[in-house]
Design a binder for this molecule. Structure first.
Ligand SMILES: [Zn+2]
Length: 306
């Protein structure tokens, strides 16, 4: 698929609460049709964006899953840098309402009103809801099961217009209105002969989707929402042997992540947000793969195209 139609993620931070040199706190760039969206913004996100040569001035929309520090401490530095770099274009932040209160409070390290650009806050709803859409994608937020209010995000590609088979335009001598009808999905009747839309156009590739499940205890509630997703990112903070820790802190084990991917019929699973107690994570991969073989270990700098 051409880069113009790209649909991919770039992991900036694959670690958990305690960032390390190898694994920064959670942040990802999701790109659809060359437009980047920032998902979570842990400490050091702007450093990682520079490291991985992300053109972060182009980001217009930021999605923050929840207000644990490892998912949003980077927002203060990022807003400050945008200001220093002379940003003037508006920025949308989708987050729980407390982030807006925090950034507008007298103790905020950023004085929102004095920035050279406007920040629009969009409060995340409690239920499964479409929170954003443009010509290319739809973003749905849905509740996860964590210690505080937490949302997952589902990015879905919108249907594209079909391409007309060029030879048909000449062969049938199609007019512009007829071409537009075909692109809109209609059949054509010419001189009493019916030409089916499927005979006039090349078949469209399936619509792609990406689900981001930041911090959550094992929750089967999300399965119908993320059903058949092309790529599932699911945290896997703990190993099976630390399952009691996972339960206590409302996190998942690697096998929890594998079970969810399997039941959701995902095409691929990426696990990350590993506890810093594990110097190696190969065994977490094995645990997830026991349930879902097509699992990969996320790392800082990893890019996955859908
Ligand atoms: Zn958390």
């Amino acid at each position: 698929m051409s880069t113009k139609m790209n649909f991919k993620i770039h992991i900036l931070g694959s670690g958990s609460a305690l960032p390390t040199i190898k694994r920064f706190a959670t942040a990802q760039i999701f790109t659809a049709y060359e437009e980047p969206y920032l998902i979570d913004c842990g400490e050091g996100t702007q450093i990682q964006m520079r490291r991985f040569r992300i053109k972060f001035g182009k980001i217009k929309n930021i999605f923050i899953s929840h207000l644990h520090g490892d998912h949003y401490f980077g927002i203060f530095g990022l807003l400050s840098s945008y200001n220093l770099l002379g940003r003037t274009s508006q920025l949308n932040i989708f987050a729980h309402k407390e982030l807006e209160s925090l950034l507008k409070s007298e103790f905020s390290p950023i004085i929102i009103e004095e920035l050279n650009f406007k920040v629009n806050f969009h409060q995340l709803p409690e239920n499964e809801t479409v929170i954003f859409e443009n010509k290319r994608i739809t973003v749905k937020s849905f509740p996860l099961k964590h210690r505080i209010k937490t949302c997952g995000f589902l990015f879905t590609e919108k249907p594209r217009q079909p391409n007309i088979i060029k030879e048909k335009i000449q062969e049938l001598n199609l007019t512009v209105p007829q071409i537009l009808d075909v692109k809109a999905g209609k059949d054509l009747e010419i001189d009493g002969i019916l030409h089916k839309n499927s005979d006039l156009t090349t078949p469209l590739p399936a619509l792609r989707s990406y689900a981001f499940c930041s911090d959550t205890a094992y929750s089967e509630n999300i399965i119908p929402i993320i059903k058949d997703v092309d790529l599932l990112y699911h945290e896997a903070t703990f190993s099976e042997s630390d399952a009691s820790n996972a339960e206590k802190t409302f996190h998942s084990t690697a096998s929890d992540a594998g079970k969810i991917a399997k039941q959701a019929n995902a095409k691929q699973l990426v696990i990350a947000h590993f506890s810093s107690r594990y110097p190696q994570v190969d065994f977490l991969l094995k645990e997830a793969q026991e349930h879902f073989p097509n699992t990969f270990v996320g790392f800082d700098g990893m890019e996955i195209e859908m």
